[in-house]
Design a protein around this ligand. Structure first.
Ligand code: DC
Length: 216
C-alpha cells in the first residue's frame, strides 16, 4: 500500500513547523521540514565558501553534497557529511542564503529525489513551499497555511538565534523572502489547485491542527 503523504505549504512564519509537528504526533507519523534541506545547502555554501552563483561551481558542489535526515527520539535531525547541523541552520544569514539558493533549478532538483525517497519509506507530513505543487502532486491531503505578515514576523523574531536581532529587520527580511519565494521562476510558493487554505493569524497551533484533522 502506498504511504500516506500530507503536505503543508505556506510562507515563512505561518506556523508550519509547529503545526506539522503536532499533526504528525497526532497521526503517529514523521514530520519532514524540507526548509531544513535548503538551509543545509546554504550552511555548506557558507562553510566551504562556494561561489554558488556560478552554475558550473554550483553543480560540482551539489554533486559532493551529502545531506541526510536521521530519525531520533525528538524527531528528524539533519546531518551533512555525517555531522549533525540541525542546531546551526537558523541564523538570518543562512535564512537569506537558503532563500536565494533555492531559486536555482540545480539546487531544487538535487533535493527532489531526497524528499521523494523519504516519502517512499513511511507515512509523513511534509512541510515546505512546493510540497503540494511539485514534490508530491499526488499527496493524500494538501494544506496551504498562511498568516498576516506582522504575526509571522513576530514569531520568526522570537525564534531567531542572532544576538543583535531587530524586529523591523526581521519583518523587512520576511517581506523580501515572501516576494522572492513567490516570484521565483522555479517552484514558486503557491497553493496547489486542490489545497485546503487555512488562515492561522488568529488561531493557536492546536486549533489549526484540529481544523486540519476534520479534512483527514
Ligand atoms: O521554511 P524555511 O524558512 O526553513 O525555508 C528556508 C528557505 O528554503 C525558504 O526561504 C525557501 C526555501 N524552501 C523552498 O524553496 N522549498 C521548500 N520546500 C522549503 C524551503
Amino acid at each position: 500500500m502506498p504511504h500516506r503523504i500530507i503536505t503543508i505549504d505556506g510562507p515563512a512564519g505561518a506556523g508550519k513547523t509547529t503545526v506539522s509537528t503536532l499533526l504528525a504526533q497526532d497521526l503517529g507519523c514523521i514530520r519532514v521540514d524540507t526548509g531544513a534541506l535548503y538551509r543545509g545547502v546554504a550552511y555548506e555554501i557558507m562553510q566551504q565558501d562556494i561561489a554558488w552563483e556560478n552554475d558550473a561551481v554550483l553543480k560540482r558542489f551539489l554533486s559532493t553534497l551529502d545531506l541526510q535526515f536521521h530519525l531520533e527520539k525528538e524527531g528528524l535531525r539533519l546531518f551533512s557529511s555525517g555531522k549533525d547541523i540541525t542546531d546551526q541552520i537558523r541564523t538570518s544569514r543562512i535564512t537569506m542564503l537558503a532563500s536565494a539558493a533555492s531559486a536555482k533549478p540545480d539546487v531544487r532538483s538535487a533535493l527532489l529525489a531526497l524528499q521523494r525517497g523519504i516519502a517512499g519509506q513511511q507515512d509523513a507530513v511534509f512541510e515546505g513551499r512546493d510540497m503540494g505543487t511539485v514534490v508530491f502532486p499526488d499527496a493524500a491531503v494538501k494544506f496551504f497555511l498562511f498568516a498576516d505578515l506582522s504575526v509571522r514576523a513576530r514569531r520568526r523574531y522570537d525564534e531567531t538565534q542572532d544576538e543583535n536581532k531587530d524586529f523591523s529587520r526581521v519583518m523587512a527580511e520576511m517581506a523580501k523572502r515572501d516576494t522572492d519565494d513567490t516570484q521565483r521562476a522555479q517552484a514558486p510558493l503557491k497553493p496547489a489547485p486542490d489545497a485546503i487554505h487555512i488562515d492561522a493569524s488568529f488561531l493557536t497551533p492546536r486549533q489549526v491542527v484540529d481544523k486540519m484533522r476534520t479534512y483527514l
